[in-house]
Ligand binder design. Structure first.
Ligand SMILES: [Zn+2]
Length: 86
């Protein structure tokens, strides 16, 4: 039984390493089409902007909180709720 578990573990590790290598190979083969960023961090100019439903500030989607079908700049504004701006 212990031997079977050992081989299953080896199998999972091999699959995991193979996938990691495949992902890295794919990244090398297909560099970003425009503006080669060195570390490939958060493509700032391609990220969707969303609006805080309370204060109306625009911020990147990854930095916004999505609560109750609305986007918020912070959890504090999510608690305050939607504010209509005239
Ligand atoms: Zn806000």
């Amino acid at each position: 039984m212990g031997k079977a578990l050992f081989w299953v573990t080896i199998f999972i590790v091999v699959i995991f390493v193979t996938r990691l290598l495949a992902i890295q190979a794919a990244k090398k083969r297909r560099p970003p089409p425009q503006a080669p960023s060195k570390q490939g961090e958060a493509p700032a100019n391609s990220e969707a902007m969303v609006r805080c439903a309370h204060c109306g500030v625009h911020l990147p989607r990854s930095e916004a909180s999505l609560i109750d079908q609305n986007t918020w700049c912070s959890t504090a504004h999510a608690k305050l709720g939607v504010r209509d701006r005239d």
